[in-house]
Design a protein around this ligand. Structure first.
Ligand SMILES: Nc1ncnc2c1ncn2[C@@H]1O[C@H](COP(=O)(O)OP(=O)(O)OP(=O)(O)O)[C@@H](O)[C@H]1O
Ligand SMILES: [Mg+2]
Length: 131
C-alpha cells in the first residue's frame, strides 16, 4: 500500500481507518484489530507531535507458517530520540503527555522495532499477526 501522510490530526484519523480496514480484511480478531489500531494511533500521534510530521505505510505480510499479519511503518525526519530505553519507559515524556504512547504501543503488538538517532529522524515498525 502507498504511504499515508501524517501532517494533521485528520491524517491520524485516516491512518487509524486504514489500519482497521487492513486488520479486518486479514483476519485479525476484533480485539487484535483494536490493539493494532490503538498502537497505530499512538505512533501516528508521536510522528505528528514529536517528529513534526512524517508518513505511515501499511503492508500485509505472511509468516513462514502461512499466517497473515499487518505490518506498519511510521517514519519522520524530526529531531530523533537520544535515549531510546528512556523513551520506552512507562510514564516518561519529554513533554506534557502521559508518556504511555510508545511503551503501550509496544505491548499491544507482536513485533516492535524502533530506530532513531538525534538529528536523523525516527522509524517505528510493528507487526500484528492473525492467530
Ligand atoms: N517520532 C518521535 N520523534 C521524536 N521523539 C519521539 C518520537 N516518538 C516518541 N518520542 C519521544 O519519546 C517520548 C515518549 O513517547 P510516548 O509516546 O511514550 O509519550 P508522549 O508522546 O510524551 O506522551 P503520550 O503518548 O502518553 O501522550 C516522547 O515524549 C518523546 O520525547
Ligand atoms: Mg506519544
Amino acid at each position: 500500500m502507498d504511504e499515508l501522510p501524517i501532517q494533521s490530526g485528520d491524517d491520524v484519523v485516516r491512518v487509524r481507518q486504514q489500519v482497521r480496514a487492513a486488520a479486518a480484511e486479514n483476519g485479525l480478531s476484533l480485539v487484535d484489530q483494536t490493539k493494532l489500531v490503538t498502537a497505530a494511533s499512538e505512533l501516528a500521534r508521536n510522528t505528528l507531535v514529536h517528529g513534526g510530521g512524517g508518513a505511515a505505510r501499511i503492508e500485509v505480510v505472511k509468516s513462514p507458517s502461512g499466517r497473515a499479519g499487518v505490518k506498519l511503518y511510521f517514519t519522520d525526519e524530526g529531531p530523533g530520540i537520544a535515549d531510546i530505553d528512556l523513551a520506552l519507559t512507562d510514564g516518561w515524556t519529554s513533554g506534557t503527555g502521559l508518556g504511555l504512547g510508545l511503551s503501550g504501543a509496544r505491548r499491544l503488538v507482536d513485533e516492535f522495532e524502533l530506530n532513531s538517532k538525534p538529528g536523523a529522524g525516527t522509524s517505528v515498525v510493528v507487526v500484528k499477526w492473525s492467530r
